[in-house]
Write a protein that binds this ligand. Sequence first.
Ligand code: GDP
Length: 453
Amino acid sequence: MSTICAISTPNAVGGISVIRISGEDAINIAEKIFVPLSKRLVSQMRGYTCAYGKVVFDGKTVDDAILTVFLAPNSYTGENVAEISCHGGIFVTKEVLRACIASGAEPAGPGEFTKRAFLNGKLSLTQAEAVMDVISAEGKQALNSANLAHEGMLFKKIKSTTDELVIILAELAAWVDYPEEDLPSVENEALKLSLNTAVSQLNQILSDYDSGLIFREGVDTAIVGRANVGKSSLMNMLLGFDRSIVTDIAGTTRDVIEESARLGEVVLKLSDTAGIRQTDDLVESMGVDLARKKLENARLIIAVFDASEDLTAEDKKLLEKINDKQCVIVLNKTDLETKISPEDFKDYRKSVVSISAKEQKGKKDLEDAVFSLLKLDNLNSDTTIFANERQKNCVEKAKNNLELALNALSLGETLDAVTVTISKACDYLLELTGEKATEAVIDQVFHNFCVGK
Ligand code: GDP
């Protein structure tokens, strides 16, 4: 395999930059461009040691730098690795990279270091994918679950299900060899039980996926309510600054404003919408159309009502419209004398939160209501969350095949048919962990990485 190199730090000015070289020739290439101050030879450096010196290229000093040496197999990629930490200017960093390439290293492709780590057995495919999630995590929960996946938690969970399926397959193989004999009913029941256990394990993993997605990607949230109830004010309270102009004139929020706000551990992707109502004003009616679409697509709806006024016909219409949605009802303006209370909403079976956007009160109550609505409150800290759709698809397909197998068993179909579907399920799980993934799948996984990782 060739020796590759890339800048592993961002393409921006910083204190230091790191240029990474990996492959059989990594140390030789480093020796060509790096002169340790101690005059020691780079090729005689031991693994996990570093040296201070100069990067020299074309007879000229490029920069002062630190060289760190890792020797195969004790490195990130499992190959020889040399890392040059130089000053963090964009130009100087690129010059060091240029020196590496001129000395025989090839530019690395996206995720190629991690891909090599996978190919050299340093990481499972799910662990490699988790590396990306650790890098992109934006919150504590997202980081926590990425770290658990990185530590191999997801791999272990999937592996234990796969191992059970392999045992089932081995037992079935023994029976398939004696086709004239029917599976005794005791065995049949035991088999169904094992398959059902595997299905519920996979179901648990799938249900965690939705929560995971929320932590990683945020929740599409629509703030709805008639004009002037305080939607923009609530949005500003959540965002913590005056994003939209708050005025007393009905219908000032003419289009849909989108922002991300953090509510505890969850990022809400908020859209504040023009009140959904009939209007003759063209611009405003466009806003209303957009608002309607947002309302249809949102995963979470925050419906705002003005507690200082009686419920209007428009309010009631909105309540009907959102009845079957995941929705938190917010009673705003509770700093004023109130005309309505949570009691008035009890027929709607939604959680009702009293707030005052003006006085910035009630954010924590809203947070709690949203958490329990999205079922995030019972998510424990060791929940492992998929990194992506690829993994989710594998689990879904495995589960579907196990259900087919259960069905075939109930219908008294041949053991051959049952075996085929269980072994398909097994294959999908092995594809998930990378133990039996095609090159195309592996390429696709690493294609999404950045260069240098
Ligand atoms: P929107 O049309 O639903 O977006 O409503 P706005 O956020 O523009 O607010 C309409 C008016 O209600 C503004 O004058 C706000 O200052 C006022 N308002 C908003 N929230 C509160 C609140 O909690 N208490 C009081 N007293 N007034 C509020």
